[in-house]
Write a new protein. Structure first.
Lengths: 165, 240
């Protein structure tokens, strides 16, 4: 493990990886410790009526987020984890947007005044702030996906590729 | 040849492509460059699949081992039926309830349950039958909130963890003539799910009443709260 930073970009990439990992661990744990509360919030999105699906999402997703967060923090399968986070964050953001629009149309208030607990792990939050946060997280994950920085990574990639990463 | 080159990443993805294959394909430089990019994307994609499979396994085990974990096959939100007797809509209209409470009452009715308003709850609380557990209150919130303050003498029954208190609550419910189930307030449905769980366990629907206003309305009306466990004797008057 080479601990010398070659560029400012490398340092930023490491910080971005640690930040994203820490955020996902925190968000995941706050839901994993209160799965029933999270289950109720997931149900409010009205995405499915199937108890199996609802319970699987509410029971397993928080731990999955923690798992991905740990991988990012220690630097294992960084690009694969970053891709997964993007694949999770994009639909999450879309369903939050859909729910916020529904609340807005019901309560006839400005869009950015819509405030609700989206089940993201941070309690009640204004929707514009949440959407902005998610976009930033997607960009961070996208950066990690494109980044070739392997500093402070235990094992940056699991598959031994031929192309130099 | 083009198809072969495009499919190349599938082999490289899981690290099973050999140099021999690349040489034997005799690709031109353009396709080789494209293939390299595809191969790299394929590797990342495969890595994501590996992480997803491993993460799902870890998450499944963690949920199963966690004392707060969810039972994946259980329906935590029973819908109930409309077949049983419910309070007529006229009863709701005459109660001067807040809109949120009215919506909650309608939900109670949809599930075939009966609702009880704040005036009736206050009367039931002062009913002499409370002393002999012929009229009982059931708190459907979690343990933490229950201990922060509940209707004096109320039994704790969290419908999301029925195994914890069901055995203690069921005999009392069977012996009771009227059971008032409540949770936080009109925003929560926990009291309805608790009532449905009790009904499914064999308690007669006629005995079950859902107090839609919940502990929020109770405290707003200045009625007393019991702090800590049941019969702790630690009573507090809620501010009106």
């Amino acid at each position: 493990m080479n601990t010398r930073f070659s560029t400012v970009g490398d340092m930023a990439a490491v910080l971005a990886r640690w930040l994203l990992g820490a955020i996902f661990i925190f968000m995941g744990m706050s839901k994993a410790l209160h799965p029933v509360e999270f289950l109720k919030l997931v149900r409010e999105y009205e995405l499915t009526q199937s108890p199996w699906l609802l319970n699987s999402v509410a029971g397993m997703l928080p731990w999955f987020e923690v798992f991905c967060g740990i991988l990012l923090l220690v630097g294992v399968a960084v690009r694969g984890s970053a891709l997964l986070l993007i694949l999770m964050l994009v639909p999450f953001t879309l369903v939050i947007l859909r729910r916020a629009l529904a609340i807005q149309s019901e309560s006839v208030i400005p869009f950015c005044a819509v405030k609700f607990d989206c089940g993201c792990g941070g309690g009640e939050v204004f929707v514009c702030r949440k959407l902005l946060e998610n976009v930033l997280l997607i960009l961070l994950a996208g950066w990690l996906l494109a980044s070739r920085c392997q500093k402070f990574c235990v094992r940056h990639h699991l598959t031994a590729g031929r192309a130099q990463l | 040849m083009r198809l072969a080159c495009r499919a190349w990443f599938i082999f490289t993805c899981c690290d099973c492509c050999h140099e021999k294959l690349r040489v034997s394909m005799n690709c031109d430089p353009h396709y080789l460059r494209a293939s390299k990019r595809l191969a790299e994307a394929g590797r990342v994609f495969c890595e994501a699949i590996m992480v997803a499979v491993l993460g799902a396994t870890v998450a499944f085990v963690a949920n199963a081992l966690s004392p707060r974990g969810l039972t994946l096959s259980r329906n935590y939100f029973p819908s109930g039926t409309n077949s049983l007797s419910a309070a007529p809509m006229a009863d709701i209209a005459g109660t001067n309830q807040a809109p949120a409470v009215v919506i909650s009452v309608l939900r109670v009715n949809e599930k075939g349950l009966q609702f009880v308003d704040s005036n009736s709850v206050a009367l039931l609380f002062h009913d002499p039958r409370v002393a002999s557990d012929r009229v009982i209150f059931v708190d459907a919130r979690d343990e933490e909130r229950y201990k922060e303050g509940h209707v004096p003498g109320a039994y704790e029954f969290d419908p999301y963890h029925p195994g914890k208190n069901l055995n203690a609550v069921l005999p009392v419910c069977r012996a009771a003539e009227q059971i008032v189930v409540y949770c936080t307030g009109s925003d929560c449905e926990d009291s309805q799910f608790a009532a449905l769980t009790l009904r499914d366990a064999g308690i007669a629907n006629q005995k079950l009443f859902v107090y839609a206003g919940g502990i929020t309305e109770w405290t707003t009306n200045g009625l007393p709260l019991e702090i800590g466990g049941r019969q702790s004797g630690n009573l507090r008057n809620s501010a009106k």
